[in-house]
Design a protein around this ligand. Structure first.
Ligand code: ZN
Length: 161
């Protein structure tokens, strides 16, 4: 069965950046399931997987403009520590949550002062070339419920609580 719209695809992948640094490896977690053709993964990755089948290996290099865009230094903002939610110690590199008008946003803390931090609102993958080495594990028809929800259910997919 080939990968096409309205099918649930299970993939293993290894993601490295333009310098070959490992970003993510599903071997350390679990395979990913997604509903093809519904914008649940990067469009460039979806295009590369279109028409492939279980057992296929696909390598695709996605430049920032097709990935998560470029870094914008204007999106680094100084904000009061009291507006941050985080666990443990507040140190540079820490991922924290900030409530914004558009809802909670994850930020990376760049600099910690006494009352304020410099928080980076850029996507963590902004500015990176994303090199995906993907193995297609399984392809199946989506259930009516999955189509209705617009995402895959079950292990590695979306869980309802
Ligand atoms: Zn659902």
């Amino acid at each position: 069965m080939n990968i096409e719209k309205n099918r649930v695809v299970e993939i293993d992948y290894r993601l490295t950046d333009g310098d070959g640094e490992l970003i993510e490896d599903t071997a350390d977690s679990q395979p990913m399931h997604y509903l093809h053709g519904h914008g649940n993964i990067l469009a460039a990755l979806e295009r590369a997987l279109e028409g492939r089948a279980a057992g296929d290996s696909v390598e695709v290099s996605i430049p920032p403009e097709s990935g998560f865009g470029y870094r914008d230094e204007g999106r680094v903002q100084r904000i009061p520590i009291k507006h941050l939610r985080y666990d443990g110690r507040l140190v540079p590199g820490k991922v924290a949550t900030v409530n914004t008008r558009e809802g909670p946003r994850q930020v990376v803390v760049l600099k910690v002062g006494r009352f304020n931090v410099d928080a980076d609102f850029n996507h963590p993958f902004a500015g990176l070339t994303l090199n995906f080495a993907v193995n297609v594990v399984n392809v199946r028809e989506a259930s009516a419920e999955e189509l209705d929800h617009g995402h895959a259910h079950g292990p590695g997919g979306h869980e309802h609580r």
